[in-house]
Design a protein around this ligand. Structure first.
Ligand code: 5CA
Ligand code: ZN
Length: 450
């Protein structure tokens, strides 16, 4: 595994392969004494319970992060979300866990088809192009690739199987055609799951409002409940469609895509489902209910982690609003991706925040200071002191283990850099190595872009 690839090109990697691109390998052994050679387990905020919970329970940590809908390039909101979960991935690896990370790409959905139609582009070309660009952006930002990167179109057989099963179980039903549309769209019955509402803990009114805003169709005639969500949309003229067996030709609904991909590759009760906070409801709520009924047991995910939303000029950055700053644009302008990453890490992942050019400038300054400090840390005289270096590394690990406190972690590295640049900081390669492995920021000269 050396790169992000389009899903159909992904050779399945050995997830135990230690030769990951951005991890310089395990940190060297700690000095004698009681110092841990491995990072502590991250405690992560769970949206459902509003508590900090251990992020994993065994030797294998299982993560599902909701991927992009590829009709526009990666904006900084996307980047912030994937960098947040990249911190978790790195901390888990540092804690000695075997990580299975699964991500989807929603390569068929209404907004993608609408964009393709509006611009006259083939929807598959659009999806392929934007997925490839996303992969390049992620690689530039040193986001470690997932082991399984799966597309909605690849998942069609899983969705057909799941929708058929939910129908058989009586947890889904067919809706007659409206406005001249065909009969047979399949909907999931939210009330089939007595625990529905467990993730967002929202009032019925709030759920309805969000459902309508985020791709739902509360007013569709023939539904049993306004919140019931689409599992299978039977074919309309001009729309792509797949063989649905007894469901008829059609295409998958959105939520069931992630439910089935997660169940297939991680199994029920995997450790963490992640995404932006715009996915709490309805997306993750629907997934939890569908997954519960399909697997016959719960929870779907043990923990639901959500990133705050990145805004620009007072509004959430969103494709529909068009107030976007793209990672690829900044890269084309010659901005060092490490500075973009640092600008993002300066904000706690759970906060909503605004992208500003000033924030980027501060990150560029910080990166310069860190790199100057790293160069000093590696100078041979005087030689490095293991204990002093390990103290910094442990403080860094401790900040990340506390709900991925990246701003706190940056503060630790700032202090180390400041001390080195003013003459008496911890020398040696350990801190730069940890900064690279844990934060994904390259400060050593040989890794920096020429
Ligand atoms: N394909 C679905 C998820 S299955 C989707 O939401 N795609 S997306 O392209 O709209 O968003 C991709 C990821 O970025 C999601 O996790 C979403 O929650 C997150 N995201 C979108 N906008 C922002 C933003 N402004 N700030 C932070 N994260 C965002
Ligand atoms: Zn999803």
């Amino acid at each position: 595994m050396t790169a992000w690839n389009a899903p159909e090109l992904v050779p399945l990697p050995d997830r135990r392969d230690p030769a990951l691109p951005a991890l310089p390998g395990p940190l060297p052994p700690p000095p004698p004494g009681n110092r841990p050679g491995r990072g502590p387990l991250v405690h992560l905020h769970d949206t459902a319970t509003n508590k900090l919970l251990p992020s994993a329970t065994g030797d294998v940590a299982r993560l599902y992060v909701c991927g992009i809908t590829p009709y526009d390039a990666t904006h900084l909101g996307h980047a912030a979300t994937y960098i947040a979960f990249d911190l978790l991935n790195r901390a888990w690896r540092d804690a000695g866990l075997d990580v299975i990370y699964v991500q989807n790409v929603t390569d068929v959905d209404d907004p993608l088809l609408e964009r393709a139609q509006a611009t006259g582009q083939d929807w598959q070309d659009l999806a392929r192009e934007q997925t490839a660009l996303f992969a390049q952006d992620m690689q530039a930002l040193r986001v470690l690739p997932p082991q399984e990167y799966r597309s909605a179109t690849q998942a069609v057989p899983l969705v057909v199987q799941a929708a058929t099963r939910l129908l058989e179980q009586g947890h889904a039903y067919r809706v007659p055609g409206t406005n001249g549309g065909p009969d047979g769209d399949v909907y999931f019955s939210v009330h089939a799951d007595p625990g529905f509402g467990r993730i967002g803990n929202l009032s019925p009114e709030h759920m309805l409002e969000l459902f309508a805003e985020r791709g739902g169709d509360p007013d569709r005639p023939g539904k049993r409940h306004p919140l019931d969500c689409l599992l299978w949309r039977v074919q309309r003229p001009g729309e792509p469609s797949w063989d649905g067996g007894t469901l008829g030709r059609g295409r998958p609904g959105w939520h069931i895509e992630c439910t089935t991909i997660a169940l297939e590759h991680l199994g029920i009760s995997f450790d963490v489902q992640g995404g932006g906070s715009d996915l709490v409801f309805p997306h993750h709520e629907m997934g939890a209910a569908e997954g519960h009924l399909l697997a016959g047991t719960e929870p779907f995910a043990r923990l639901y982690a959500h990133t705050g939303l990145v805004g620009l000029d007072g509004h959430k950055m969103s494709k529909s609003r068009g107030n976007l700053v793209f990672v690829s644009t900044l890269r084309r302008q010659g901005v060092d991706p490490a500075a973009i990453r640092l600008a993002i890490l300066a904000h706690h992942y759970r906060h909503d925040w605004e992208w500003t050019t000033e924030g980027l400038r501060e990150a560029q300054d910080r990166l310069e200071r860190w790199r100057a400090a790293a160069a000093r840390a590696l100078a041979q005289n005087p030689p490095g002191e293991p204990a002093a270096q390990w103290q910094v590394v442990e403080a860094l690990r401790e900040r990340l283990a506390d709900d991925l406190d990246a701003p706190g972690a940056l503060g630790i590295v700032d202090s180390w850099a400041e001390a080195l640049l003013t003459g008496n900081g911890a020398r040696g390669p350990l801190v730069p190595t940890a900064v690279s492995a844990l934060l994904g920021i390259e400060v050593l000269p040989e890794h920096q872009p020429r």
